[in-house]
Design a protein. Sequence first.
Length: 285
Amino acid sequence: MRIGLGVAPCYANILLANYCLRTLNIKFSTFIISRAPFCHKGKAMSGIETWKFFLKRYGLYRNIVNLFELLPLVSLDLRNLFKSKKGLWTFERLAKEFNIKIIEHENFNSDEFRARLKEEDIDIFLLAGVDQILKAETINIPKKACLNFHTSILPEYKGVDPIFQKMLNDPSYQGITLHKVIPKIDQGDILLQRKIITNRNNSYFKNLNKLMLSAGGMLKQLIESKSWPNLVIQHSRSSTPYRSFPTRKEIKTFQKKGLKFISIKEVLNSFLFRSLSYEIKRLDV
């Protein structure tokens, strides 16, 4: 089965790709990487404009946290330069080691991109954290399905940053959903879901790690299921509202509740892929 993994180039998706390829032996034919600029209300923003937007929206604290979350990515290039087998590998190194083609594009709905996707002849176009909304013409290109991972138990917490919203409202568990993609955001038929028991001491970053590892296990389960095209456990047509970016008020409430985004220790541990082995062993994959 030919699977094209569509991603935004961020830490969570690098973790997912490493876990699938290096631990679960799941094969991808293509990495399809989004290079779309950040957009708000239909307007594309430059890097400086994006930083100003998040500073105004979230305040200085959250932006400092964002920088800490980027540190594991900075370390990747250094370790990969010396061909270290420890730690996470970049998409480029994974592609070289596992003979995976890379396609990079800023518009997944363009005629040029669709032509390239058709050439790949993929069975499944699997999306993880892609920062683009696909139209029907793109969704219908893969031979079997276009699927998406969403980090909540849909139809709860549709939209942006569901991990944050779930921690803010109920930190007792997190969840992830694998669903079919349709033009309406987060409303396609649900194929698989997993709940992960957490607590208020878990940081956002730790919950993110757990969910990405669980996503890999769900993909393996899907591939091994002979009846997966008919594996619809729920038709996601709920009227649950779509949530946009957290507000500054929500960020302050998050802090007042003693919830945290990330710790220095977690940043350092995330440099080493093997530091996640304990969490991996605890997952039923």
